[in-house]
Design a protein. Structure first.
Length: 348
């Protein structure tokens, strides 16, 4: 028996439907899980058409009706998008409203254990907000609708895993949070330990990045390390967590990629995102297309499992059949691993 995983289609004006179709064209996905798309029939049919896929859509109303057979996409059709109600490549209020509805249904089904995990397709933050839902991203939506206060964003490529203390805030605000953030840093170190164990790493080796250049070099370049980061590390060591730091941010990711650490705790959004994408993305400058888009985004600390692609809606190529499904396949693989660990099949 395979674990069931809901795939939210993402913004209909972007590449979400296309990468769902392409990912579900890989038979290995069906060996690992039973995928169920939550979205709309018309965008999915269009994606099947312009990708020249041989897959068939099968409309279902609840997860229990899914067959999980390769060659057939089980789709919970919300019937929200009508012909002519969206346009590829453009920010659209209707698309934002639809994308939000897919997410909320996915969360609901996971909380009810009708599905074992949710994998999210890309959304457009502006479209979501135009539709009246004032969130800065998936992470905040999942935290709000599951009532979760202590959570974190984990990014994974094949060689690197990074979890963030702060994410979608300004640099000024991120620095302020870290300065007074001993509690938050300790929470994220603990989350890092928990999620690595969920990914079958029995004794995770965690590195905590410094905030300042050279991790402040004993106070020469700031005091956040002394005030908040070091005390948080000490607290977590006392709980038995294998954690080191603060490691200078210009070397910590090199050490992690070399295998010295299993995961890095980054202090702010770009400190973690830049090395992750350098490690997982490849761009062909002749065609201006990504030849590799390896990477998974996961929200940790939730009562449910949520992973996601590590890229946006890619409006520039939406509706053209050029989107890369690699990140979605990896997100499904990771969700399946986590579901197997959290929900042993004999308890399903």
């Amino acid at each position: 028996m395979r674990h069931s995983i809901a795939i939210t289609m993402g913004d209909p004006s972007g590449i979400g439907a296309e990468i769902a179709v392409k990912a579900l064209g890989d038979p290995k996905v069906y060996e690992q899980c039973q995928p169920i798309v939550i979205g709309d029939r018309l965008p999915m049919e269009e994606a099947i058409g312009f990708t020249h896929s041989k897959l068939k859509l099968r409309i279902i109303h609840k997860p229990e009706e899914a067959l999980g057979q390769y060659g057939v996409i089980d789709l919970i059709d919300l019937g929200y998008m009508k012909a002519g109600s969206w346009e590829y490549k453009k920010v659209c209020k209707t698309s934002g409203a639809a994308a939000f509805r897919y997410i909320i249904l996915g969360i609901q089904l996971a909380l009810e254990r009708k599905v074992d995990a949710v994998v999210t397709g890309p959304i457009n933050k502006e479209a979501i907000n135009l539709a009246g839902h004032h969130y800065s991203g998936h992470t905040e939506i999942f935290a709000d609708f599951t009532g979760t206060k202590n959570y974190g964003m984990l990014l994974c490529s094949k060689q690197l895993k990074v979890i963030h203390v702060t994410t979608h805030v300004s640099m000024r605000e991120a620095c302020d949070i870290i300065h007074n953030g001993q509690e938050r840093i300790a929470e994220v170190i603990t989350l890092a330990d928990e999620v690595m164990r969920l990914l079958n790493i029995e004794k995770p080796r965690i590195a905590v990045a410094g905030l300042n250049a050279h991790s402040s070099e004993n106070g020469l370049f700031g005091n956040e390390e002394e005030m908040a980061i070091v005390p948080a590390i000490v607290r977590c060591k006392q709980k038995g967590i294998c954690v080191e730091g603060p490691v200078p941010p210009d070397t910590v990711f090199v050490k992690a990629i070399a295998g010295q650490y299993d995961v890095v705790v980054a202090m702010y959004h770009d400190q973690g995102h830049i090395p992750l994408k350098l490690n997982g993305f490849q761009l062909d400058t002749k065609t201006n297309q990504y030849t590799a888009m390896s990477g998974v985004n996961a929200t940790v600390g939730l009562p449910i499992i949520r992973t996601s692609v590590d890229h946006g809606t890619a409006f520039g190529k939406a509706g053209e059949g050029r989107a890369n499904e690699e990140s979605l396949i990896e997100a499904l693989e990771m969700a399946a691993v986590m579901a197997k660990k959290r929900f042993p099949i004999n308890q399903h």
